[in-house]
Design a protein around this ligand. Structure first.
Ligand SMILES: N[C@@H](CCC(=O)N[C@@H](CS)C(=O)NCC(=O)O)C(=O)O
Length: 201
């Protein structure tokens, strides 16, 4: 397998993290999103949406979308539960991540810590809105994690992986996690899972 990714991407890190847990070998193909390397004709033929992460399977199939990659790779492993209801709960948190969490927390991080303020044509109002909505997502997580070790059932699943990716670097988006002690304890629990890899490559 090949993983097209930008090392700074939390979405890409989700795939790297699960591949680490699964101890699966893969070829890493780093691209620089700031230089438009996912927008070339060559890359657009692989993923018409022009984004990483992108997994290339051994038969040449291309699979984009971080959470679809997690779903695919987790099949048959402990990171994807057996019961349809537990599976649906995992999907619930992965959809939450893509709709309520990542668009706010990852975007604020991208503006503040990756692209840099000087290159970011946004207004403070938009940043404040992203941060407000990001805090709402963190509060939902905090509340859910009260009396729970992981997001679904009592074990670590791809729901945790999807949410860990941008939560553990939320401070780079201007979010202090000190008001979320349950989230902080969960982050520590995730970090000690077997095969954990750090975001920095
Ligand atoms: N929903 C997608 C989002 C992917 C995404 O936004 N990728 C960003 C990096 S984190 C990207 O490739 N940006 C480059 C661009 O849009 O040109 C996923 O979860 O994989």
């Amino acid at each position: 397998m090949k993983l097209y990714d930008d090392p700074r991407s939390g979405n890409g890190y989700k795939a790297r993290l699960l591949l680490g847990h699964l101890n699966k070998p893969y070829e890493y193909l780093p691209l620089d999103i700031l230089r438009g390397e996912t927008r070339t004709q060559e890359f657009l033929q692989k993923n018409p949406n022009g984004r990483i992460p992108l997994l290339e399977l051994d038969d040449g199939t291309f699979l984009p979308e971080s959470n679809a990659i997690l779903f695919f790779l987790a099949q048959g492993s402990n990171y994807w539960p057996n019961s349809p209801l537990a599976q649906a709960q995992v999907l619930r948190w992965m959809f939450f991540e893509q709709y309520s969490h990542e668009p706010n927390i990852a975007t604020a991080r991208f503006w503040l810590s990756i692209r840099g303020l000087e290159n970011t044509p946004f207004n403070q109002e938009l940043l404040a809105q992203k941060q407000k909505q990001g805090h709402q997502a963190l509060a939902v997580m905090e509340n859910h994690l009260e009396n729970r070790r992981f997001f679904v059932g009592d074990s670590y699943t791809i729901a945790d992986i999807a949410l860990y990716a941008y939560t553990h670097v939320a401070e780079e988006g201007g979010f202090s996690l000190s008001a979320y002690p349950e989230v902080c304890q969960w982050l520590d629990r995730v970090r000690i899972q077997q095969g954990h890899v750090q975001m920095e490559r």
